[in-house]
Design a protein around this ligand. Structure first.
Ligand SMILES: [Zn+2]
Length: 47
């Protein structure tokens, strides 16, 4: 039972495993997960 964590983009609804996202570095917030489809950083884990 080791299901990979799925993440979901709240902008376009894309879901993918943790490794399948871009990383954007924000000068204030640090590393953020970024959707490669729409460029949004509004990406959260989907449990
Ligand atoms: Zn997206």
């Amino acid at each position: 039972m080791s299901a990979a964590t799925q993440l979901r983009c709240h902008e376009c609804g894309r879901t993918a495993s943790r490794d399948d996202w871009e990383t954007a570095t924000d000068p204030k917030l640090g590393d953020m997960t970024q959707c490669p489809g729409c460029g949004s950083t509004n990406v959260q884990s989907d449990r």
